[in-house]
Write a protein that binds this ligand. Structure first.
Ligand code: FES
Ligand SMILES: [Fe+2]
Length: 342
């Protein structure tokens, strides 16, 4: 079923961009929470976000240029600084001054290589700052970004829905369920955690590609309210992490930022090289499933039915997500253990 966040009053830090997408040279344009925004850096390297509209005659500021840390509008050359104030208007007579109207500005904060945008009014959430997902130096990291035609919960739930791997990712991950898996679920103050363990890692297709025997295979998947999933895989010697965070654009579209890390001893470089190529293929498989699911509920209505043990982790995540947006209390779920074939 589709769940809308658009009529909800909530506060959150939402990813706006990767740090390297925002420069002093070029204006970076994004749509986020139905707002058209521009991001840029001033000469000191500080990132700012403004509404993408010149207060003079409405040209999108994203059609302008950067000069000396300010945006110069492409229509009549007025310049605006990071707080949205006009600092230069070239076509004034000698008795005129710069317009006093400011461009709407938004609160952004750069942290761990991402630029986060503050949405809402809750001063506590503002003061807490964005969630922190530093890049562990022992891992090789790469970043990807994808626009998906679905609401965030379908995308996040996918990270907690393991059995889809047997069908959606049968080429690379696993060709059908091969053995029993156990999932231990626990609600946390930030969301939830689920540890999924398989009896024998050697039965999993992906481990056949590894240059070592991964007898032990498990993964810990965490949900950080409201828009982030953090997946940690352990394949014997190797570790693979994916931080996936959703940035809602509008009722149809979510932009997803992923940060993937791999650690595999002397094979780390090779593993990162292969995964850098493979991950977009895997993501495309997920996107096809998620967009299909979203389209079907949007056009035909309906709701989840016939849920089984394997669906419990994703349903927990969805319920914690809903309670976040509905400001309903969380933290009352008892730890749970479920078994299913994977
Ligand atoms: S519209 Fe931007 S300077 Fe005129
Ligand atoms: Fe998937």
């Amino acid at each position: 079923m589709e769940y809308s966040i658009w009529d909800k009053d909530f506060s959150a830090w939402i990813i706006a961009a990767r740090s390297n997408q925002v420069t002093k040279k070029k204006v970076y344009k994004r749509k986020l929470m139905k707002k058209e925004i521009v991001l840029f850096r001033n000469n000191d390297g500080v990132v700012s976000a403004l509404k993408d509209q010149c207060p003079h005659k409405g040209l999108p500021l994203s059609q302008g240029k950067m000069r000396d840390g300010n945006i110069v509008c492409g229509y009549h050359g007025m310049s605006f600084n990071g707080s949205g104030s006009c600092v230069n208007a070239p076509c004034l007579s000698t008795d005129e001054t710069c317009p006093s109207t400011k461009v709407d500005s938004y609160t952004v904060k750069e942290q761990d290589g991402w630029v986060w945008f503050f949405w809402g009014n809750d001063q506590e959430v503002l003061a807490e700052g964005p969630p922190s997902f530093p890049q562990d130096k022992k891992f090789r990291w790469f970043e990807l970004e994808k626009q998906i035609k679905a609401q965030p919960h379908f995308i996040l739930e996918n990270s907690f829905d393991c059995t889809h791997a047997c069908f959606v990712h049968k080429t690379f991950f696993r060709d059908g369920p091969v053995q029993m898996a156990n999932a231990e679920l626990e609600e946390t103050d930030y969301g939830m955690r689920v540890k999924t363990t398989e009896e024998d890692g050697r039965k999993v297709r992906i481990t056949k590609y590894l240059p070592w025997k991964a007898k032990e295979v498990f993964h810990t998947d965490e949900y950080f309210k409201p828009f982030t999933a953090y997946v940690n895989y352990h394949f014997g010697l190797g570790k693979h992490r994916i931080i996936l965070t959703c940035s809602p654009e509008d009722e149809d579209t979510t932009r997803v930022f992923t940060r993937t890390g791999v650690q595999a001893g002397i094979f780390s470089g090779l593993a990162a090289f292969i995964l850098r190529w493979l991950t977009p293929v895997i993501i495309a498989e997920d996107v096809a499933a998620i967009e299909g699911q979203s389209h079907s509920y949007r056009t035909l209505g309906g709701r989840y039915q016939e849920l089984r043990n394997a669906d419990v982790p994703a349903i927990w995540m969805f319920s914690i997500y809903r309670r976040f947006f509905e400001k309903r209390p969380t933290g009352d779920k008892r730890p749970k253990s479920v078994t299913y074939k994977l």
